[in-house]
Design a protein around this ligand. Structure first.
Ligand SMILES: Cc1cc2nc3c(=O)[nH]c(=O)nc-3n(C[C@H](O)[C@H](O)[C@H](O)COP(=O)(O)OP(=O)(O)OC[C@H]3O[C@@H](n4cnc5c(N)ncnc54)[C@H](O)[C@@H]3O)c2cc1C
Length: 561
């Protein structure tokens, strides 16, 4: 290796959405980072990937000050989000799952933000610009990660210039691999990515003007094309105007690009061959449900597709990666700032890996509904028997895929109750349902949203250090809490929330919220040992030992262990 070229607190490999959002989260905490991306820029090619940013991701965009830019990125407010099940756009209609346009929706009662459509061809450059604009993120394009070695104080990372091949070394306190599903960082870590290969798909980005003029189904966000063998293709709007992603499901052999006649397949889905359209890009990709067995090797961590990949059925891939960012971002800040304990980063994998496994499993369940073709024999039949068969299939699809089109629970109801840095209270969790989210101040869950009299959300109080909410009209004296925090340099801001509705929502008189907006502890009186509590939630070794004792004492945890 050549000499060290420069030093940076956090080196992020991969300038995809997860890498840039991590840079944004670190900048929010005042930390500098460098993003290294092998491509010569961001958004150079039209991406046939994510288009849906869920409510939780939008809450983090709100934190980073980009929520309006994302919301106004160009997806038309009046574009309907219905899904149609059909044999082709001009064939038989099988059923539909209606969903209102943005202008007819509001944020859920449980959050300040609503789900948005924003294709990655817009989102990725947007977050790259926003990260650069923080002044805390240096971006190095056309640079490739090659290898790393680490010692007790940092990581030496060898990079190469993509054009010249010249190699050089950057020294970082921490290295985070956000380099996607084929992650070289993960491979260097020697971490396996086991899981299931689900299929091989080919997506075409197509441009077609006013497609609704060429078929009777009406405007929709998505059309799923069905034959006797189940769903064979789908077409999803990318920009609500003229760009569509057409995806064929199959196998590597069936979809061999050398033999595949993409226009023939598209025309089959359109149900006619006289619609003018342009095929802009054809991208093969593997649909897989995989998750890394480890997320960390000392000072090296993984986030996003580098540690989990999922079928896009549900739109949870990128959104799960943003959840990783929100978690690892504050933990890195805490350890670099000196108040995070030695065990804090252990909690990252313990908290996030089960969430990825949960979200991936849900996406595969959705995918299996797409493939199921029980009772599809008469799907093309004319006449009343064909009609009633189609109606039955349509109703079944709409019911089974409700959790794919409405997944508020997946986005918001994940929890870290069993984390070693969460102080359990033995309470029962609300049901974890894909489409439903019940707000709770139970430790390990997302701290509830409520509107404050000044028009802000309670969520706007969280982020910089820990937040102690003191609730109700008869608040306890928390001076001992604040003094204990001050003694050890633990960043704590106390907020009194006397509003009865907010006190009722939060249930307890005191709730300690982490920088990522998750509840760390709650109680009606101060804990017997405040120092111990602070040690636990900041991952200090002393807290970790005591926490083991608490977990043994907690019946709910004994059951799930
Ligand atoms: C058809 C489809 C639809 C989808 N729809 C949704 C959706 O609606 N919602 C959703 O949440 N998710 C969706 N996803 C998933 C989403 O696209 C991914 O989860 C997301 O792109 C992952 O982001 P990432 O930053 O982790 O990885 P990537 O987007 O893969 O970015 C990784 C970056 O790292 C760079 N890189 C790789 N190796 C190196 C190296 N050695 N050195 C330097 N740079 C390197 C790459 O060039 C790339 O820019 C969809 C995916 C597909 C295929």
């Amino acid at each position: 290796m050549s000499g060290v070229h420069s030093e940076v607190p956090v080196l992020i490999i991969g300038g995809g959405p997860v890498g840039f959002c991590l840079a944004l989260e670190l900048a929010f905490h005042g930390q500098r980072s460098m993003v290294v991306e092998q491509d010569a820029g961001t958004g150079l090619e039209l991406l046939a990937k994510a288009g849906t940013l869920n409510e939780r991701t939008m809450e983090f965009c709100r934190r980073w000050g980009i929520v309006n830019e994302v919301a106004n990125a160009g997806f038309p407010e009046d574009y309907p989000r219905d899904t149609f099940y059909c044999t082709s756009l001009n064939g038989h209609l099988i059923g539909s799952s209606p969903m209102p346009a943005t202008k007819d929706r509001k944020p859920p009662p449980s959050g300040p933000e609503m789900l948005r459509k924003c294709g990655q061809h817009i989102f990725d450059p947007l977050v790259a610009r926003a990260a650069a604009a923080t002044g805390k993120c240096e971006i190095r394009y056309s640079m490739r990660f090659e290898s790393y070695s680490q010692d007790a104080d940092g990581v030496n990372v060898e990079l190469s210039n993509v054009s010249t091949g010249k190699r050089f070394t950057i020294r970082a306190q921490y290295l985070v691999g956000c380099d996607g599903s084929t992650s070289a960082v993960r491979q260097q870590m020697g971490v396996a990515l086991p899981g299931r290969q689900l299929d091989y798909s080919v997506s075409a980005m197509i441009r077609v003007q006013n497609i609704e003029h060429y078929h009777p189904l009406g405007k929709g966000e998505r059309y799923m094309f069905i034959d006797k063998a189940g769903t064979w293709a789908n077409m999803t709007t990318v920009n609500g105007v003229d760009l569509w992603r057409f995806t064929l499901l199959g196998s590597e052999d069936k979809l061999d690009l050398a033999r595949l006649d993409m226009r023939k397949e598209i025309n089959r889905a359109l149900g006619r061959d006289d619609i003018p359209y342009e095929v802009m890009r054809v991208v093969p990709w593997r649909r897989a449900q995989t998750h890394a067995v480890r997320y960390r090797d000392g000072r090296v961590l993984l986030a996003g597709d580098a540690c989990h990949t999922t079928s896009p059925t549900g739109g949870h891939g990128l959104n799960t990666g943003i959840g990783d960012v929100a978690s690892v971002g504050w933990m890195l800040d805490a350890v670099m700032s000196g108040w995070g304990g030695r065990h804090l980063l252990d909690a990252y994998e313990i908290e996030r890996r089960p969430v990825a496994i949960r979200n991936l499993g849900n996406s595969t369940e959705n995918y299996e509904v797409w493939l199921d073709h029980t009772g599809y024999e008469r799907v093309f039949d004319e006449g009343p028997d064909g009609n009633s068969s189609r109606r039955a299939i349509g109703a079944r699809l709409a019911a089974a895929l409700k959790q794919e089109w409405h997944s508020l629970g997946i986005g918001m109801a994940y929890n870290y109750y069993c984390s070693p840095i969460v102080y359990p209270d033995g309470s029962k969790a609300p049901p974890d349902e894909p489409s439903t989210y019940i707000q709770t101040s139970r430790p390990g869950h997302r701290a509830p949203h409520a509107w404050l009299p000044d028009g802000h959300s309670t969520l706007d109080l969280f982020g910089h250090g820990f937040t102690l909410l003191i609730l109700g009209s008869n608040p306890p004296d928390t001076a001992a809490f604040e003094q204990a925090a001050l003694r050890i340099g633990f960043p704590l801001t106390a907020h009194a929330l006397p509003q009865p509705d907010i006190a009722a929502l939060y249930v307890r008189k005191m709730v300690l919220v982490r920088p990522d907006g998750m509840v760390a502890w709650r109680g009606d009186s101060l804990p017997a040992d405040v120092d111990e509590l602070l040690d636990i939630v900041r991952g200090s070794p002393a807290g970790a030992n005591r926490q083991r004792g608490h977990m043994q004492d907690t019946p709910a945890l004994r059951k799930t262990a």
